[in-house]
Design a protein. Structure first.
Length: 263
C-alpha cells in the first residue's frame, strides 16, 4: 500500500489527546482520519507519540497508508483544507511501504515551558508559577535524570508485572530564557505522565520543598502524585534512524517582557 510520512503541528488545548477514541472529533488523530477518509477512502493512520489531553506538538510524525497513490503536495493541501485551524500538516512525503511512525522512532523529545510571570497571551502554552524558583537547583536535579533509570514513581498508569518501568533518558536539560524556564527531555519512550511529573517535582525543588529526584529513581520509590498541567508541554521532535536533533534549547511560544517606549 502507498505510505506517506506526515509531520504535524497542533495546539492540544481543545483536544482529548492525539489518539482517536469513541468520539473521534475530540482527538487530533480523529480529525486527521476523517479528513484523510474524505479524500482517499479507507486509510490507516498512526502517530509516533500519544500526547495526552491538552498537550501540544510542533513536529508530531504519523504514517498514512492508502490504496491510492496521490501527489504529496496536493494531498497535504487537501488535508489542510479540511482540518481545523489548530491542526496543520507541515510536511508530507512518500516513504517506504513498511514505515511505522511509532515502532520505527528511535527517540522522542519533549519540551516544557514554565512562565515566571503572568501572561495574557501565552496562558495555553505555559505553566505560570507565582513563587520565586531556584533555577540552579532545578538544573542540577534535572541532570540526575539522564541515564537508565526505573521511573515507576513517575507514572499514574498501573503497569502489569511484565511491563518495563525502565527508561533510558538520552538528555535532560533545564535553563532560564527570559521570562521562561525551559525543560527538555529526550528518550526512546516515556511512561504515561512521566514528563509532567518530573516537571512537577522540579518545581518543588525550585521552591525548596523537595531536595532531589535521584532518590526516587528506583523500583521501590513511593509514587509521586503531583502532575504539572498539560498546557506547558510540547512534543518537540521525533527522531528516526539516520536523523539527528540539534535545536538549541529555546522557547517554542515566547513570553516577552514589555518594553516601554522611550520619551
Amino acid at each position: 500500500m502507498p505510505t506517506y510520512r506526515l509531520t504535524i503541528e497542533y495546539e492540544g488545548t481543545r483536544y482529548s489527546g492525539w489518539q482517536a477514541q469513541g468520539n473521534t472529533q475530540k482527538t487530533v488523530q480523529g480529525h486527521l482520519l476523517r479528513a484523510a477518509h474524505d479524500i482517499l477512502g479507507e486509510v490507516d493512520l498512526g502517530g509516533a507519540g500519544r500526547t495526552d489531553a491538552g498537550v501540544h506538538a510542533v513536529a508530531q510524525v504519523a504514517h498514512l497508508r492508502t490504496h491510492k497513490s496521490v501527489e504529496p503536495l496536493q494531498l497535504m493541501r487537501k488535508l489542510n483544507d479540511l482540518l481545523p485551524h489548530d491542526i496543520n500538516v507541515l510536511e508530507l512525503s512518500r516513504t517506504r511501504d513498511n514505515f511505522h511512525a511509532r515502532h520505527d522512532a528511535t527517540s522522542r523529545v519533549y519540551l516544557y515551558q514554565i512562565a515566571t510571570r503572568r501572561t495574557a497571551f501565552a496562558k495555553s502554552f505555559v505553566w505560570w508559577i507565582k513563587d520565586r524558583l531556584d533555577v540552579e537547583a532545578m538544573a542540577r536535579a534535572a541532570g540526575a535524570v539522564a541515564g537508565r533509570h526505573d521511573f515507576s514513581a513517575f507514572t499514574d498508569k498501573r503497569l502489569k508485572e511484565e511491563d518495563s518501568r525502565i527508561v533510558v533518558v538520552e538528555r535532560c536539560e533545564l535553563a532560564r530564557d527570559g521570562e521562561l524556564i525551559l525543560f527538555r527531555i529526550a528518550a526512546s519512550h516515556f511512561l504515561w505522565k512521566m514528563v509532567r511529573k518530573l516537571v512537577s517535582i522540579l518545581v518543588e525543588i525550585g521552591r525548596g520543598n523537595e531536595t532531589d529526584i535521584a532518590s526516587r529513581l528506583h523500583a521501590r520509590a513511593e509514587p509521586y502524585a503531583p502532575t504539572a498541567p498539560p498546557s506547558g508541554l510540547f512534543l518537540e521532535a521525533i527522531v528516526y534512524e539516520g536523523e539527528t536533533f540539534e535545536r538549541p534549547l529555546a522557547p517554542l511560544i515566547p513570553v516577552e517582557r514589555f518594553v516601554r517606549p522611550r520619551r
